[in-house]
Design a protein around this ligand. Structure first.
Ligand code: NAD
Length: 389
């Protein structure tokens, strides 16, 4: 069947299997073109089917020769309906990594459930015995409590005051003002429950109790801080509370695994186009401007460049892990450079629907978004039938 992008409200409902496989190959090629990483060899990635988790997996597999087991939640396709991109990504990655002689498997299940943890631990024992790294890269709007089944929903809202800022509709190319009402108290705790560190800690506890963690075990989760512009809705909003919790959890996990010389870090990453970030108001417009400025300065990176740099230069650099005063790895170091942020502030006000194309890199935003779903590659003939299963 011929499959085309179908985008509604910032969400693309379709995915192209051959395009997804090509996107994976391009990330693999990037990593193979870089110096080898002397890093983890037996890795569990939770949330490794798309975005930062996927690029972490590719960096460690093809950079460090790691075997990887991935847990993610993706929908299969049917003859008429494409699967989610992560489904095609997992299949392509597992095939390509196995062909390169690496252990590579994916479990398609809800990572928040105890049952999935049990299944994963059983598979770790069979594949690796023990693991030396856990990458925890989930982004989800909801989380069922694993004990009670109660469903918690996260929200992206400011605290205290209404937030008003410009936002873009990338498909229409229009810039409009959006206002987001502040969260009430009752919306903060569920957001922390979904996107904070509770589930990360549950994974580490279950893995340690099952005795599948190597001496010197390392674990990572990802966070974001961002510019003044998005501060009220992101870092100082409901999601920021969850990220504070995630960062505090890193310290708790480090204590919890200290007897095996383990360590947990949060890495603060750059704002990039992923399936999760594209639905956050204001962020796509900020990303479009940021990309333009970072490209002008020759410091633009995508997910794979970020994750490769993290492992090669911040973690497995031959010395100690590079962290800030609060113990966090900073991959947003170039995004947050004073000269970059000064340009963001200087140019933000001049962006309108009319100036969008000239003043931002909206084209890269749109093309990155399509590529996440396997579309927009010159190498692929999208008029050709493709098997969606
Ligand atoms: P993404 O949407 O590309 O990936 C999310 C992953 O979580 C996917 O593999 C998906 O299958 C998995 N997932 C979601 N619910 C699941 C469930 N119930 N069970 C199993 N797997 C599930 O997101 P991303 O942008 O790569 O985000 C990953 C992390 O990076 C998040 O913590 C996010 O806050 C952080 N981060 C993102 C950005 C950005 O700009 N995208 C910047 C900094 C930090």
């Amino acid at each position: 069947m011929v499959v085309e992008p179908r985008i509604r409200n910032g969400i693309c409902m379709t995915a192209h299997p051959t395009g997804c496989a090509l996107a994976i190959q391009k990330e693999i090629d990037y990593v193979k073109s870089q110096p080898k990483i002397n890093g983890a060899k037996k890795v569990l990635v939770v949330g490794g089917s798309t975005g930062y988790g996927l690029s972490s997996r590719i960096s460690l597999a093809f950079g460090s020769g790691a075997g990887t087991l991935n847990v993610s939640f993706e929908k299969e396709g049917s003859e008429k309906k494409p699967a989610t991109p992560g489904y095609y990504n997992n299949r392509a990655f597992d095939e390509k990594a196995k062909a390169a002689g690496l252990i590579a498997e994916s479990i398609n299940a809800d990572a928040f459930s105890h049952e999935t943890r049990k299944e994963t631990i059983a598979r770790i024992k069979e594949l690796f015995g023990k693991i030396d790294m856990l990458v925890y890269s989930l982004a989800s709007p909801v989380r069922p409590d694993p004990d009670t089944g109660e469903l918690y929903k996260s929200c992206l809202k400011p605290l205290g005051e209404t937030y008003t800022a410009k936002s873009v509709n990338p498909e229409k190319g229009t810039v409009t003002e959006v206002s987001i009402e502040p969260a009430d108290e009752s919306e903060i705790a569920p957001t922390v429950k979904v996107m904070g560190g509770e589930d990360w800690m549950l994974w580490v506890k279950a893995l340690k109790e099952a005795d599948v963690l190597e001496e010197g075990f390392k674990t990572l989760a990802y966070s974001y801080i961002g510019p003044e512009l998005t501060m009220a809705v992101y870092r100082k909003g409901t999601i920021g509370k969850a990220k504070e919790h995630l960062e505090a959890t890193a310290k708790e996990i480090t204590k919890f695994v200290s007897d095996i010389n383990g360590n947990a870090w949060v890495s603060v990453n750059k704002a990039l186009v992923t399936r999760s970030s594209s639905v956050i108001p204001v962020v796509p417009l900020y990303i479009s401007l940021l990309f333009k400025i970072m490209k002008e300065k020759g410091i633009h990176e995508g997910c794979i460049e970020q994750m490769y740099r993290m492992f090669a230069q911040k973690i497995y650099n031959g010395n100690s892990v590079v962290i800030d005063d609060e113990g966090r790895i900073r991959l947003d170091d170039w995004e947050m450079r004073d000269d970059v942020q000064a340009e963001v502030e200087k140019r933000w006000d001049s962006i309108t629907s009319e100036t969008l194309a000239d003043n931002t890199d909206i084209e890269t935003y749109k093309s990155d978004f399509l590529k996440l779903h396997g579309f927009g590659f010159d190498e692929i003939d999208y008029n050709k039938d493709v098997d969606l299963l």
